[in-house]
Design a protein around this ligand. Structure first.
Ligand SMILES: Cc1cc2nc3c(=O)[nH]c(=O)nc-3n(C[C@H](O)[C@H](O)[C@H](O)COP(=O)(O)O)c2cc1C
Length: 329
């Protein structure tokens, strides 16, 4: 979440919050903003639009500092304001010359298409969530948002409490034909989702020459089927295993190698890079709790103060485990 007001006013905030690769992106990038003002969100979106494929408004952050500023999950009580923010932003992007006709501009060959979307939590009383979505969506034949991401927990639900699958089922059944709905929350491994979905029949995409992972079956009577779910978003599990959406249950060494390779080309602040490595080399969130490095090794990793030592350490750890160089990098 990038704070729109600060992004608009400060070039340091823009540099530190939004850095993008100068090579053509392989995947679309969405910049997500925290804002409570139509003017600030539309200005920030206008500044970011040349560099990203779309903008998203965060209505889900439960942190107290954000809610105290009427940002994040506090917006779940301000549905008309959220509607006004997305309408103003869509208009601003249109005035700037971007394509904001949703599906009609998605495959635009000139690369002018830009999306406007919203990420929400749910209310304890789901009727409020239904009202929220109905208001923000607007006319379903000319809707105000391209898609919606639902994190089916309330503002006060701990992330250790499982997501509310019944709420997700109700909302996707109700709105899934009107706009694409993504789910965020508890996407730990594709084989252990608390629901089934046609999305799991899609092709593996991980760019690796190694053996493809086994995909466990996804059928199961206890889990509801969500035919109208359009996408999955993962946060914690994806940090630990960036190959999750390629069907890997745990982080493979190939993902670490690809990460190191990218870091060499576009350096990250070292502390941030080490944080990613310790997440990727830890136990992860799926049913298979095996880790690439032991806890002691991960602590050692946090003590390094230069990339050369980190590279040597990773290579040595791979050697002692009989892991060879990865082909195709
Ligand atoms: C380190 C971290 C940073 C996050 N930052 C954001 C954020 O900037 N915007 C947002 O909408 N959600 C953010 N979230 C929440 C996640 O998007 C997600 O809704 C929540 O973690 C539940 O999904 P998960 O079970 O896949 O982690 C963050 C979560 C974590 C753990």
């Amino acid at each position: 979440m990038i704070l729109a007001k600060e992004f608009n006013r400060n070039s340091f905030a823009r540099d530190s919050d939004l850095s993008i690769s100068t090579t053509p992106p392989e995947l679309p990038t969405i910049a997500q903003f925290g804002s409570n003002s139509p003017l600030e969100l539309s200005r920030a979106s206008s500044l970011a639009a040349p560099f990203v494929n779309g903008v998203d408004l965060n209505c889900g952050c439960p942190q107290s500092w954000a809610c105290a500023e009427s940002l994040g999950a506090a917006l779940m009580e301000k549905r008309e304001l959220v509607r006004d923010m997305v309408i103003t932003t869509r208009q601003r992007l249109r005035d700037d010359g971007w394509g904001v006709r949703k599906e009609a501009d998605m495959h635009d060959t000139e690369g002018k298409g830009r999306s406007v979307s919203v990420k929400i939590r749910v209310h304890k009383d789901l009727r409020k969530t239904v009202d929220f979505i109905t208001t923000v969506l607007g006319d379903e034949h000319n809707r105000n948002i391209d898609w919606l991401t639902i994190h089916p927990r309330t503002r006060s639900t701990q992330s250790s409490v499982p997501i509310n699958v019944e709420a997700l089922e109700l909302l996707t059944n109700m709105f899934g034909d009107k706009l694409p709905i993504l789910v965020s929350g508890d996407v730990y491994a594709l084989s252990t989702l608390p629901y089934t979905s046609h999305l799991l029949q899609s092709q593996l995409t991980f760019n690796s020459n190694s053996k493809e992972p086994e995909r466990s079956g996804v059928s199961g009577n206890a889990r509801p089927h969500l035919p109208k779910l359009a996408g999955l978003m993962s946060a914690r599990a994806l940090l630990a295993n960036p190959a999750l959406f390629a069907g890997y249950e745990t982080c493979p060494w190939e993902a670490v190698d690809i990460f190191m390779n990218k870091v060499a080309r576009a350096p990250l602040p070292m502390k941030l890079g080490i944080h990613h490595l310790t997440e990727m080399c830890g136990a992860g969130f799926g049913p298979d709790r095996s880790a690439l490095l032991t806890k002691k090794e991960r602590i050692r990793l946090t003590e390094f103060d230069n990339w050369i030592d980190i590279i040597d350490f990773i290579e040595e750890a791979k050697k002692t485990r009989g892991v060879g160089a990865v082909r195709g990098l």
